[in-house]
Unconditional design. Structure first.
Length: 667
């Protein structure tokens, strides 16, 4: 059926579908069963969430487990906010224990599929049992409330078990994406002074084994705070040979054979209630300096945020099989694979490997085989699917799908329409969700049953989100006028600080526009109150949905002995959204050739990870700078994008011939 309120149907050409005012009403069969069905319901709850925030959040969190209720909903001393003040809770009781006395007990919590094709299902009963078992052993390894535990794993049920076991003990987990290099892992471990590292021997990726333990060994060799390394065995010794260091390393399975102490078992079985603001996790993300930011999230507000957003945005029902394809190493995995869905008793599909292994039909085959009902993925993946051709999804029965989601970067209307037509068969609403590592939970989206969607727009603010588009002075922009995306008031799931760097928390988010949270994104709000996010307007790039700081790339490049200076910029890219282009000046005596380009690419692999490898390395005799010595990135962005005329003001440029040379170097 057609769900276009403006009369769309399958035979329309793409162009007519892309009209600015194109909108798609939620399909009636979807709305019929949806938790929220009308715009009026959204308006009522949104109004309540702003005007009677305490009542809203109290009512919306009655199904969560608090060992002690809160005394006060919010305390705000800019830029610090506390929520659910005075409450005590153990977040894992909301995600696990509460389901043991309901129908969810025997429901699948995690349906896992490995890249080679094997599957495993853990019910809520089993997931709870595994978390308790592992938490007891972690306690005996000396993990105490407030300790930091690093997790460097791929997509396994055990990754969620490890996270939840930490949370159960009140330890702060810091998950490091398995695509990061040993050096990047080392820096993240050292920054938070983790005591224990949990990893696995190897992980499957596109038919290859990623030797996680080997990289962990290299990292831990320079991480003096790590006392113990727990290793989950995913591979065989032949596939991923591992050296275990006596006294430091222990196999996960061997650890489980130890009889836990009574005290440890008690802590795991009857978990302690922690303060609402007890730190839950640190997640490192890129900012505009070379040093990643340790975004710190706490307990009650974060749980409330991810719980309520999961419930309404994904319209989760016990009959759903929900699949978020993000990696657990990023915030999407934390909020919308682990804490949000589990706190709702949802069944989640977790997939270990690549979307095109063994062929580009893998996702669609899995959807057919498991009967996935909700798919939450990223525009970069959607663009890759488009490139691989409609034949792949068309080979499979996708009729189980009822809702589609997008996250991580702006989705171009062409990709949106394809997703809606080829994957959703025009039966499924699309929720385009805008949020950030720092926001913890979804901030902008259309709710699937209440509003029409517009391809490319992230829709309306979620409950409790006081968001705006402003000019520099902080004045709200008119409808359709571009400006900076800011948030006027704190919200429950917001990051509380940057780990051990509160000054940077203030300066990065709260001082650029005094008194409000600056997102780093540019946006506009249209005449219907829908937001259109353009992308980052700071020195952060979004390459294939991965957030990469230009300064991080630059400092990695200048750490190479041949490099004198480097500048990294983004360039529009059809597949990745943005591609990473680096301009490099070499030290004298070094040769600017293909060999050097390769060496610099490999250097980035080592320093950060393969996902951050530049798409293009360009050598230059000099970089364009202002008279005060600042690299003029705006000009480099133009050069990278192939803009030939110098745009804007170049009067402060030190030497115009530098620019002319760079243009001449274009490939
Ligand atoms: O630029 C925005 C973009 O991703 C940034 C946040 O990146 P990260 O912290 O890694 O979190 C990604 C997953 C939540 C934002 O500042 N972004 C995220 N979602 C969208 C988006 N841009 C446009 N539309 C979205 N739906």
């Amino acid at each position: 059926m057609s769900n276009g309120s403006n009369g769309s149907n399958g035979s329309d050409g793409i162009e007519s579908r892309l009209k600015e005012d194109r909108r798609f009403s939620p399909p009636t069969p979807f709305t019929f069963r949806a938790r929220l069905k009308t715009a009026a319901e959204y308006e009522r709850l949104y109004k309540q969430s702003l005007e009677e925030a305490e009542t809203f959040w109290r009512e919306q969190t009655t199904d969560l487990v608090f060992q002690r209720p809160f005394d006060k909903f919010r305390e705000w001393l800019l830029p610090h906010a506390k929520f659910f003040v005075g409450a005590k809770l153990n977040i894992t009781e909301s995600c696990l224990d509460r389901h043991l006395t309901t129908d969810a007990r025997t429901r699948a919590a995690i349906v896992w599929e490995g890249e080679p094709g094997e599957t495993r299902t853990l019910t809520y009963f089993e997931l709870h049992r595994e978390v308790v078992r592992f938490a007891a052993r972690l306690a005996d390894l000396g993990v105490k409330p407030g300790d930091r535990v690093a997790i460097y794993m791929g997509m396994l049920p055990e990754t969620a078990v490890a996270m939840l076991a930490c949370a159960r003990l009140g330890a702060t987990h810091s998950v490091v994406f398995g695509g990061f290099s040993a050096e990047a892992l080392r820096d993240r471990i050292n920054d938070c002074e983790a005591k224990v590292l949990i990893t696995q021997d190897g992980a499957w990726r596109r038919g290859n084994v990623v030797p996680l333990k080997k990289m962990a060994d290299d990292a831990v060799a320079q991480s003096p705070t790590i006392e113990r390394v727990v290793v989950y065995r995913r591979m065989t010794h032949e596939l991923a040979p591992v050296t275990m260091k006596e006294g430091r390393d222990i196999w996960w399975d061997d650890l489980l054979t130890h009889t836990p102490s009574e005290e440890a078992l008690a802590r795991a079985k009857k978990p302690e209630g922690f303060d609402a603001e007890h730190p839950l996790f640190i997640l490192y993300t890129s900012g505009s300096t070379g040093k990643p930011k340790g975004v710190l999230h706490t307990t009650a507000g974060y749980l409330a945020g991810v719980h309520v957003t999961s419930k309404y945005v994904f319209d989760l029902k016990p009959s759903d099989l929900y699949w978020c394809t993000a990696d657990v190493g990023w915030v999407t995995g934390h909020s919308y694979i682990v804490y949000g869905p589990l706190s709702n008793g949802a069944s989640c599909l977790v997939y270990e490997g690549a979307p095109n292994f063994p062929d580009p039909g893998r996702f669609w085959q899995m959807i057919e085989r498991h009967g996935v009902t909700i798919l939450y993925t990223a525009p970069t993946a959607i663009r890759a699917f488009i490139r691989w051709g409609d034949d792949w999804p068309n080979k499979y029965d996708l009729s189980s799908l009822r809702l589609l989601g997008s996250v991580g970067e702006p989705i171009n209307p062409e990709a949106w329409i394809w997703y809606q037509r080829v994957i959703g068969k025009e039966r499924c609403p699309i929720v385009d969700t805008w949020w950030q590592t720092e926001t913890g939970s979804i901030m902008l989206t259309t709710l699937p049953g209440t509003h029409a969607t517009k391809p490319g727009s992230t829709g309306k603010p979620f409950f409790g989100v006081h968001i705006d588009v402003v000019k520099d002075a902080g004045k709200s922009c008119d409808a359709n006028e571009g400006g900076k995306l800011i948030i006027r008031e704190p919200w429950p799931a917001m990051a509380r600080t940057l780990y051990r760097d509160d000054a940077r928390f203030k300066s990065a988010y709260w001082e650029q526009m005094p008194g409000v949270y600056f997102t780093g994104d540019g946006a506009r709000r249209d005449q219907d109150g829908y937001f259109w996010v353009v992308g980052r307007i700071d020195d952060v790039l979004n390459v294939a949905g991965h957030r990469i700081g230009t300064a991080e790339i630059e400092s990695a490049l200048v750490s190479h002995p041949a490099v004198a200076e480097a500048a990294a910029v983004g360039k529009p890219d059809e597949l990745k959204g943005q591609a990473l282009v680096v301009f490099v000046t070499l030290k004298s005596g070094q040769t600017a050739d293909e060999k050097m380009k390769k060496a610099l690419g490999e250097h980035i692999d080592r320093e950060i990870g393969k996902f951050a490898r530049p798409d293009q390395v360009r050598f230059a005799d000099a970089l364009p700078k202002t008279r005060s010595g600042k690299i003029m990135r705006r000009l480099l962005r133009d050069v990278a994008a192939g803009v030939t005329e110098a745009r804007g003001d170049t009067s402060t440029l030190e030497d115009l011939s530098v620019l002319a040379k760079l243009r001449g170097d274009e490939e």
